[in-house]
Write a protein that binds this ligand. Sequence first.
Ligand SMILES: [Fe+2]
Length: 524
Amino acid sequence: MTAPFPAPMKFGQDEPLRFEGEIIDLELIEGEIPADLEGLLTQAVPEYLYPPVTKTLFPMDMGAGGDGMVRAFRFGGGKVDFATKFVKTERFLAQRKAKRGLFGQYRNPYTDDPAAAGIERTTANTGINFHNGVLLAAKEDGLSYMVNALTLETIGKYDANGAITSKTLSAHVRMDPKTGEMLTFGYFADGIGSKTIRYYVVDKGGKVTHSAVFQAPEAFMVHDCGATDNYFLFPLMQFSTDVERIKQGGPFYVWEPDAPMIMGVIPRYGSGDQVKWLRGPNCVLTHTINTFEEDGLIKFDVLRVDGNCFGFIIPDLKGRGGLFGEAPTRLVRWTIDPNASDGRITEFKDYGPVRGEGAHIDDRWAGRRHRYIWLPELHQSTAAGGAKSPPPPPPPPQVGRWPGEVPAGGGQPRMGNEHGNSPTMFNAITRIDMETGERRQWFAGEGVNLQDPVFCPRSANAPEGDGYIVGIRNRHGVRGGELVILEAMNIEKGPICVINVPVPLKLGIHSAWLPGYRYGEIRA
Ligand SMILES: [Fe+2]
């Protein structure tokens, strides 16, 4: 490899590893792996095969720009195996063949090497979902890729046998545990900055049974979604894209602080002319926790951020960003009337402030009223950005120098603290009872990171919440990682089991759990 990674990219846990491999029967450090914990923990990880061919690095390049890698831990019989493998996207294969980087900035084809022309540039690095027997590795800038859940070998691009005509598919989809359907969509479906959204319902066997196409009111990010028995929801996030800006080398997204909440609602099997765009207050909704219906009204559990929830990776037009955990965030349950005559969303139940993101539920309760959520948080003792007190000085603007170049050895760290440690996004996990409001928390300590812990049911028919929370723990300055396992209903007691993973575990994005009782669905 003749082109080294620039210094800002070799930042603690975010240092590129570029490694594929497996470890059989990981070493147990503490406790005992529960015998009834059987299933596959998968995670989508951005991992550069080669550095981007750009002199200007934005936080998005470092945090979410890398080639997709699927990381997997297979639990069963009180043992766990580990494997990690790149998704063999067109982009990956082209760079592997050329033995050099060909692609420029995050989602910016205008910064690519001419040799990259015509090559699909999606990285499949953000979301991981299991449907119709295969894993779908997804980034919302292109089609998803099918990955064999047993071997992690890439099968190919996913277009449901040609039925999906969108150029993009979302990283987040909704699975209906009752029907086995997958509800998915693509935004920027006709290309970067297009307002076209294409929506699909795919049945359990992989056949597209319904689709709709329509225009969004703004060219905003539509990162997540919601589904109920009768509706599908498209919450627009107030991050806009402008082709002219990225042609000039500007950031792909900028935050639009004055835009209201905009929520698209379409009947689950409705046509494009049935979509309604409802407006709410000026706040950003982050990842969907769950959605369900009661008395003809939609309930939407989500975190409400009064500020820029992605300030650590997305600036505003003036280049102002922020630290993770800085923007005021509350857990809310919105009530959405799909037939509201005034097109407004105003009613919500407030569950109070949180300092987290990416909550999980017991997925068997998706689309119906759930009781528990598990929310990764930044502990109250930890300053925004992850530094111990006293907090670090104000960070430099979290935006690349545009136009211009990153100074030698400089650039903008994605986050981190004054010691140069890796970012701490989450160092605690909180179980919240949505009926009583009770919170129970496990604080994993300073100087650690928890990566998207997920809920794993004890069995197919176990009551809601009866099972485990499994996640990755990184420690600052330590190149290896750990798996931690907690009893989901008693997380405040801390891990019942810690497992050594003797290779660096770069910060990944989303995780998913495939229960062992569904292994029979896997297609080889
Ligand atoms: Fe996400």
